[in-house]
Design a protein around this ligand. Structure first.
Ligand code: SAH
Length: 250
């Protein structure tokens, strides 16, 4: 069973969204599980404090390496990566979520205050992961985002495997592909009833029943949207395309 262990000073924030909808159901079915470890339980003083002032001075408080290490060591690691949620980390993306989902689970260390003593990261081989170029007040929401992204990829969590394939960022695993199969595209626009909403109609092609035309329209829209909003995703395309052409020419 895929398992997330979450190290935090705010265990009361969990499960939160992790117990809703498909994730909650999958947890009930024993597909995945999580547990929280309260970092304050590893405090060495009666106030439950786990932080101290930064060496070298400056504002804020830093979470202590010795206390965090005791908490980390209390967890049965089971080959799971230790991930410190951190704005300095490698950006969370679909490829990373897929890798993590394939493994046995993860251990998430949620920072607070100014973050954690660097030596903890080194001594326990923590991988730093960021959910974006902004700074949160704590790692808990970031851990939830990461875990949610992973769990929905575990087989059996989402109803239809199709809904996994045809969406943004899923190009490289049976997912929605651009004309060039190496391209990653953002998702095309979606519509449902009513047919006319405040004078706006569902694009007629989607009601035509012509599946080939629909697929073409969706691909064109996905390309248009990706080009307009995230040209960086397409920019990586031509290099890989060139390589592929070369291979085919041999
Ligand atoms: N002083 C730190 C920020 C600390 S924010 C710095 O400038 O890098 C407090 C905690 O919130 C961090 O320890 C981290 O666990 C979490 N956090 C903040 N922003 C995050 C992000 N973008 N991704 C993942 N975790 C984040």
């Amino acid at each position: 069973m895929w398992r997330a262990s979450i190290l935090t000073i705010h265990p009361e924030l969990f499960p939160g969204p992790l117990d809703a909808s498909v994730l909650g159901r999958a947890r009930g079915e024993g597909i995945w599980e999580f547990d929280t470890i309260n970092l304050r339980d590893f405090s060495d003083n009666r106030y439950g404090s786990i932080d101290d002032t930064p060496a070298g001075g400056g504002a804020g408080l830093v979470m202590r390496a010795d206390i965090l290490a005791a908490a980390v060591d209390s967890v049965d690691r089971n080959d799971r990566p230790l991930i410190y949620l951190s704005p300095r980390g490698r950006p969370l993306n679909q490829a990373l979520a897929r890798d993590l989902a394939k493994g046995p689970g993860l251990i998430a260390l949620c920072g607070r205050f100014e973050g954690v003593d660097e030596r903890l990261i080194d001594a326990r081989g923590a991988i730093e992961v960021s959910i974006g170029d902004f700074v949160l007040a704590g790692g808990e929401v970031a851990a939830m985002a990461m875990i949610e992204a992973c769990v929905r990829l575990i087989p059996g969590v989402l109803g239809s495997p199709l809904s996994l394939g045809e969406e943004s960022f899923s190009a490289d695993e049976g997912g929605f592909r651009g004309r060039d199969s190496e391209e990653i595209l953002l998702e095309y626009p979606q519509y449902t009833r009513p047919r006319i909403f405040e004078g706006r109609e569902i694009p007629p092609v989607l009601l035509s029943g012509d599946h080939k035309k629909i697929a073409e329209w969706r691909r064109a829209k996905a390309e248009e949207i990706t080009r307009a909003r995230r040209p960086d995703l397409i920019a990586s395309g031509p290099i890989r395309r060139d390589n592929k052409d070369k291979d085919q020419g041999r």
